[in-house]
Design a protein around this ligand. Sequence first.
Ligand SMILES: *[C@@H]1O[C@H](CO)[C@@H](O)[C@H](O)[C@H]1NC(C)=O
Ligand SMILES: *[C@@H]1O[C@H](CO)[C@@H](O)[C@H](O)[C@H]1NC(C)=O
Ligand SMILES: [Zn+2]
Length: 448
Amino acid sequence: MLGLHLFLLSLTVTTLVLCLLFSTPIHSLQKPHDQDDEQDTPITRFQRYLRIKTAHPDPDYYSAVSFLKAEAQSVGLQARTLEYAPGKPVLLLTWPGSNPSFPSLLFNSHLDSVPAEPSKWDHPPFSAVRSPDGKIFARGAQDDKCIAVQYLDAIRNLKEKNFAPVRTVHISYVPDEEIGGADGAAKFVASKEFQELNVGFVLDEGQASPGDEFRIFYADRSPWNLIIKAKGTPGHGSRMYDNSAMENLMKSVESITKFRESQFDVVKAGEAASSEVISINPVYVKAGIPSPTGFVMNMQPSEAEAGFNIRLPPAADPDLVKRRIAEEWAPARWNMTYQISELGPIRDYMGRPLITPTNDSNPWWSIFKQAINAVGGKLAKPEILSSTTDARYMRQLGIPALGFSPMSNTPILLHEHNEYLKDTVYLKGIEVYESIISSLSSLEVASH
Ligand SMILES: *[C@@H]1O[C@H](CO)[C@@H](O)[C@H](O)[C@H]1NC(C)=O
Ligand SMILES: *[C@@H]1O[C@H](CO)[C@@H](O)[C@H](O)[C@H]1NC(C)=O
Ligand SMILES: [Zn+2]
């Protein structure tokens, strides 16, 4: 491996020397990914961002930040790089409004993406190839590098039209969303710098919509990891006795399965969306005594363990779920113990569910909706997101935050192989954000 590195290094040095000798831009010596490469257009700016490898487990945050910073400078935005955890920068861009005393707007996106398995893709996942029918293939094309660059190009266009915001507009680019955001959005919203932004309203990522309407998310579900451990008397595989570790763990799994079915039945009956119920799914089971050929078969083990992924909608009562775990799923009287890891907040600073109202009680909502309609867009019925985003950290502070990524007529491909976004959908999104930013930043009411 070292040899390969040295080879690549010397290749890079040679390329650099050649460039200096001939004063030729580096990119013209490389084979272009496609013919779009030479131009600077909204699509090529998107492609260039997609080519930066910000996938876990080793996201190149600094290259992403330096690309976005350069773009911000070309648009004429103020830029600050903050760092709340080593190696994990937050980029904050600002377009000052004429009345900075009004609460500001924040457009958030995360810098990172989930990994991709290149062998399962039709095009390399970091090449951002554009197919003849306009599909741009890349990890992050939908989740969520599209909005990151759309925000910038929307402001670029508004500036060209000499639009001046009343409210200050901020864009934040945060690390680590895909791994829970503890070192990203969680630390950013807790910072003095965030407090000073006096944010009144946040737009964060949403999800693609296979239909004509844009989807909009007013809440997330809160993830919990649950680990249940059972201990019991070991015994010969032939003996029947009560309270072995395996027996108790299996009773627990039965009870959890019943609860899971009760929730799933509501969804199957069409009485609730799957994001509106509590989901609990088994993710691992660890038990048995290993032997050279597999497991010891004539022995009932003294320990057994299982892991579950739980998602709580905002209306769920976390204390009720905890009681159920303590009394039914892992009762101490069965020699069982458990451990819950709560991944992020479930109530805001006032103890209220993390919900952003999508009715007239939220002054930002009607302006937002009008802004979408103004460019011919339609909004679907507001939804709870099945999974989780950084918006929960802003909602925890009591700041209204909606999840929105303007991708209609687009299959939902986040975290999947061959993630793509069509160029026409991407360009329409820029227009949508222009409308949103100009409407919301002109809003005179000093809300929040
Ligand atoms: C709990 O574990 C202890 C120690 O292994 C054992 O003596 C006892 O019988 C167990 N109780 C039950 C209810 O399984
Ligand atoms: C608006 O929505 C919120 C949150 O769903 C709800 O609590 C509130 O009662 C609604 N207000 C109006 C005026 O409909
Ligand atoms: Zn995302």
